[in-house]
Design a protein around this ligand. Structure first.
Ligand code: PLP
Length: 398
C-alpha cells in the first residue's frame, strides 16, 4: 500500500477556515469578526511603538544570529518570570519556579502537555466548556483523555460556577485542570476574586494540577491586576503550570513568542523537572527563535519602553471597551426587546454574542460578516468605520 494513499482529509480548522472563506468573498464591504487578533481603529494590526523602538535598538547593535540555549534567552526568561508571577513571589527565593521561552502560547501549552504526559500518573485533563478550540486537540495529541467542566450557562449568559465547583470536586487527584487566567476565550467571562479563592481551595484539597493559560494578560484590567491570579495559585498550590503568550499583548503574532513556567515543591524538584522540559524542547525544535524574545526582553528591561508598552496596551484595552459600549448601546437602540448588557461586562477580545449557528450563517451569506459558528465575535475587529454595518446586520438576524 503506497504511504499516503489511505490518508483521510483532516477536518478544517474552525477558525482558520473562516478566514479562508472571508478571503474568497468578493464583497468589498466584508468584515471578519472570526479572528482572534486585535485591530486598531483603521482596521490594521498595530506595530506597537515600543516594539519599533526595541527593533531599532537591536538593529543598531547588528548582532549575529547565533543559536539560543535550549530553554531560550536567559534574560527573557527572567524578565517574563517577574512579569507573570509578580516581583517577590515566594517561589523565586526558594528557586522553585522555572520559566522557558516558548513558540507563542500554543508552543507553551505543547511543552507543558508533552512534559506532563511523560511524568504525570494521570493522563486525564479537564478543560472548560466551552474553551479555545485548540485546547482539546492539543492535549489529545499527547494521549490525554480530555474532559470538560461546566463553565458557560447560555440561559443566564453567566458562569455556571456551582457546576464548575461540583465537577472539580469529582476529579480524581492528580488530574490536570486547565484554566484561563483572564479574558476567557471564547466567552469573555472571568471568575471573581472570591470564586478564584474557592477554585484554589478545591484544587489544593483534591491535589489537582492547575494549568493556567494566560494569552491575554493586560486585556482585562491591567498587566498587574490580570497577573495577580498566577501569584495566588503559586502561593497556594504545591504544583502549578503556566503558559503565557505575547502574541496579543505585544502585537507580535508572527514572531511566535511566549513562555512556559512551572512551580515545583522544592528547588531540587524544579531542577530535575527543568532538565526534562529541556529534553522535550530539544527533541521538538532544538531551541527557540531569537527575534521576538529580544524585542520583549528589550521592552521589559527598559523602564521607559515598559511604560510605553503599558500605555499602548492600555489604549488597546480602552478601544475594545469603547467598542463594547457602542455595540451594546446601538444594538439596544435597534432592538429594545433584547438585553445587550452582557457585551459590556465581558473581558478581552471576544464577545459570546448569543448568535446561533443559523444566525451566524445568515450574517455571512447575507451581509458578508464573518463570525465563529458558536456566535463568538471579535470585538477588537470592530472600528468606527464598520461598527454601524455590524450593528444593523446583527439587529436584523437576531
Ligand atoms: N490560549 C488561548 C486561550 C488563546 O486564545 C490563544 C490564542 O488565540 C492561545 C492560547 C495561543 O496563543 P498563540 O497565538 O501565542 O500561540
Amino acid at each position: 500500500e503506497p504511504l499516503f494513499s489511505a490518508i483521510p482529509m483532516a477536518p478544517r480548522d474552525p477558525i482558520l477556515g473562516i478566514t479562508e472563506s472571508f478571503n474568497a468573498d468578493q464583497n468589498p464591504e466584508k468584515i471578519n469578526l472570526g479572528v482572534g487578533v486585535y485591530y486598531d481603529d483603521n482596521g490594521k494590526v498595530p506595530l506597537l511603538k515600543c516594539v519599533q523602538q526595541a527593533e531599532t535598538m537591536m538593529l543598531e547593535k547588528a548582532a549575529p544570529h547565533t543559536y539560543l540555549p535550549i530553554d531560550g534567552l536567559p534574560a527573557f526568561n527572567t524578565a517574563v518570570q517577574k512579569m507573570v508571577f509578580g516581583e517577590g513571589c515566594r517561589g523565586f527565593d526558594e528557586k522553585r519556579i522555572m520559566t522557558v521561552q516558548a513558540l507563542g502560547g500554543t508552543g507553551a501549552l505543547r511543552i507543558g502537555a508533552d512534559f506532563i504526559s511523560r511524568f504525570s500518573a494521570s493522563s486525564h485533563i479537564w478543560i472548560s466548556n466551552p474553551s479555545w478550540e485548540n485546547h482539546r486537540a492539543l492535549f489529545e495529541a499527547d494521549g490525554f483523555t480530555v474532559h470538560t467542566y461546566p463553565y458557560y450557562d447560555g440561559e443566564t449568559r453567566s458562569i455556571n460556577f456551582n457546576g464548575m465547583i461540583a465537577e472539580l470536586k469529582s476529579m480524581p487527584s492528580g488530574s490536570t485542570v486547565l484554566l484561563h487566567a483572564c479574558c476567557h476565550n471564547p466567552t469573555g467571562l472571568d471568575l471573581s476574586d472570591g470564586q478564584w479563592d474557592e477554585v484554589i481551595a478545591v484544587i489544593s484539597e483534591r491535589s489537582l494540577i492547575p494549568f493556567l493559560d494566560m494569552a491575554y494578560q493586560g486585556f482585562a484590567q491591567s498587566l498587574e491586576a490580570d497577573g495577580r491570579i498566577i501569584r495566588r495559585f503559586a502561593d497556594n498550590c504545591p504544583y502549578l503550570l503556566v503558559s503565557n503568550s505575547y502574541s496579543k499583548s505585544f502585537s507580535l503574532y508572527g514572531e511566535r513568542i511566549g513562555a512556559f513556567s512551572f512551580v515545583a515543591r522544592s528547588a531540587d524538584e524544579a531542577t530535575r523537572a527543568l532538565s526534562q522540559v529541556k529534553r522535550v524542547i530539544r527533541t521538538n525544535y532544538s531551541n527557540p527563535s531569537r527575534h521576538g524574545a529580544e524585542i520583549v526582553t528589550t521592552v521589559l528591561s527598559s523602564p521607559e519602553l515598559y511604560t510605553m508598552w503599558d500605555n499602548e496596551l492600555s489604549d488597546m484595552r480602552s478601544r475594545i471597551r469603547q467598542m463594547r459600549e457602542k455595540l451594546a448601546q446601538d444594538l439596544s437602540a435597534l432592538r429594545e426587546d433584547l438585553d445587550f448588557s452582557y457585551i459590556i461586562t465581558q473581558n478581552g477580545l471576544f464577545s459570546y454574542s448569543g448568535l446561533n449557528k443559523k444566525q451566524v450563517e445568515q450574517l455571512r451569506d447575507e451581509h458578508s460578516i464573518y463570525a465563529v459558528d458558536t456566535g463568538r465575535i471579535c470585538v477588537a475587529a470592530l472600528n468606527s468605520g464598520n461598527i454601524g454595518r455590524v450593528v444593523k446586520a446583527i439587529a436584523q438576524v437576531l
